[in-house]
Ligand binder design. Structure first.
Ligand code: HEC
Ligand SMILES: [Cu+2]
Length: 383
């Protein structure tokens, strides 16, 4: 008897400890203010998706509470009692048309309550708004063709294993891993893949739409306020998928225009001796085979990110290395260390990434620390 009750106590304690640990784990994942929280919407698409999510949560919570409550009530109400007559079965019944039809009607009603807003959000998401104020010519002052001036800012998003290219066809800009957009303007994203299926997810602004090889998907987004937002590939796409992040800088109009004017420029000529040495090494060490640097006549590769303005990016390697200091601006020292680490040890930082890979696999590119320092000095002039 002693043993049984001790065992029982142990069991209850272990159960309670396990339960608290489980709840702690659940709660530790909960925060409305994390970098990638879809519960903290900062744009109309994310807001519509959030509202839809909440409708579903309330409906399913209602089902959970009523069904669970009914179950508990039945268990309690018809429990065994000491004065029950064990030889006598209680009255049995089978089927109750009223209850059954009622449940079917209630289920249909609940599904309709979810279906209507779902369809509304779907239509809203896939209908480019006729927003006069978002037409490129209405607010962007730079030179544009007549056709481009009449349309909305478009960005061609290309997913690669395991990074992102962002091309602005109307503005003649190509960048990587950082989607820079103006605040409060509708932006159309054309989503394409260069290899396998990826998924574009920028939780606070919008998500998710897949990038499917051979298929022309698109979505529109709008960010309400300037800021630095975090995104992530949301479709498993191979070994380094978990490291396929990206970032989005939402700028005021004036800052965005300045950014555009700057990005349109070619890379500056390498004038300083040490920088010119880096530029030469960039060609010698095969970097030019995969990277484009506009203004560098040898660097025209397209297998890796465009590096024309790599030093103007706040992060490196598809968002996983942060180049910013505490004030949110680019910290040149940190950027130099990150570039060095990346060029020297990219496989260590992002296992499986395709830098230095050709069809036959990983090539060895002999790079001394001194070589890398020179290349980094060159890349840091590419603001
Ligand atoms: C075989 C093709 C290839 C070669 C050769 C190559 N790279 Fe890359 N590089 C890539 C790919 C692919 C990425 C994207 C990796 C990722 O983030 O998954 C990349 C990323 C980078 C980045 C980060 C860009 C960003 O915005 O995140 C830098 C910087 C870079 N490479 C510099 C170099 C330098 C310097 C060399 C020569 C020493 C070089 N690369 C050689 C393919 C290549
Ligand atoms: Cu992915």
């Amino acid at each position: 008897m002693m043993l049984v009750s001790t065992l029982k106590r142990c069991f209850v304690r272990a159960f309670l400890a396990g339960l608290s640990f489980f709840l702690l784990l659940c709660v530790s994942g909960c925060s409305f203010k994390t970098k990638q929280s879809s519960l903290d919407p900062k744009g109309p698409i994310a807001l519509a998706q959030y509202d839809l999510f909440m409708v579903t949560v309330w409906v399913t919570l209602f089902i959970f509470v009523t069904v669970g409550g009914a179950l508990l009530w039945v268990v309690w109400r018809f429990r065994q009692r000491p004065d029950d007559d064990d030889d006598h079965m209680p009255n049995q019944s089978h089927g109750n048309p009223l209850v059954e039809v009622g449940l079917i009607v209630a289920s249909i009603l609940l599904l309709v309550i979810i279906a209507v807003p779902t369809l509304r959000v779907l239509v809203y998401t896939f209908e480019l708004p006729e927003d006069e104020g978002s037409k490129l010519g209405q607010w962007y002052q730079g030179p544009l063709t007549e056709e481009d001036a009449e349309t909305i800012l478009t960005v061609n998003v290309m997913g690669y294993q395991w990074w992102w290219a962002f091309e602005y066809p109307q503005l003649g800009i190509t960048t990587a891993n950082e989607l820079v957009i103006p605040e409060g303007k509708v932006v159309k994203l054309n989503l394409r893949s260069a290899d396998v299926i990826h998924s574009f997810w920028l939780p606070k602004i919008a998500g998710k739409v897949d990038l499917i090889p051979g298929r022309a998907n698109w979505m529109w987004i709008k960010a309400d306020e300037p800021g630095h937002y975090y995104g992530q590939c949301a479709e498993f796409c191979g070994s380094a998928h978990a490291y396929m992040l990206f970032r989005s800088d939402v700028l005021s109009h004036r800052d965005f225009e300045a950014w555009v004017e700057y990005q349109k420029k070619d890379a500056p000529e390498a004038l300083e001796v040490s920088v010119a040495a880096g530029e030469r090494l960039f060609a010698e060490k095969t970097c030019i085979q995969c990277h484009t640097i506009r203004g560098n006549q040898y660097a025209m590769g397209i297998k890796g990110p465009d590096l024309t303005h790599v030093a103007s990016r706040k992060s490196l390697a598809a968002g996983i290395m942060d180049n910013r200091g505490v004030d949110g601006r680019i910290d040149r020292l940190k950027q130099r260390e990150n570039l060095f680490e990346w060029i020297k040890n990219s496989q260590h930082i992002k296992p499986g990434n395709l830098m230095y890979h050709d069809d036959a696999g990983l090539k060895t590119v002999p790079l001394s620390d001194d070589d890398v320092h020179k290349i980094v000095a060159y890349l840091q002039t590419l603001n």
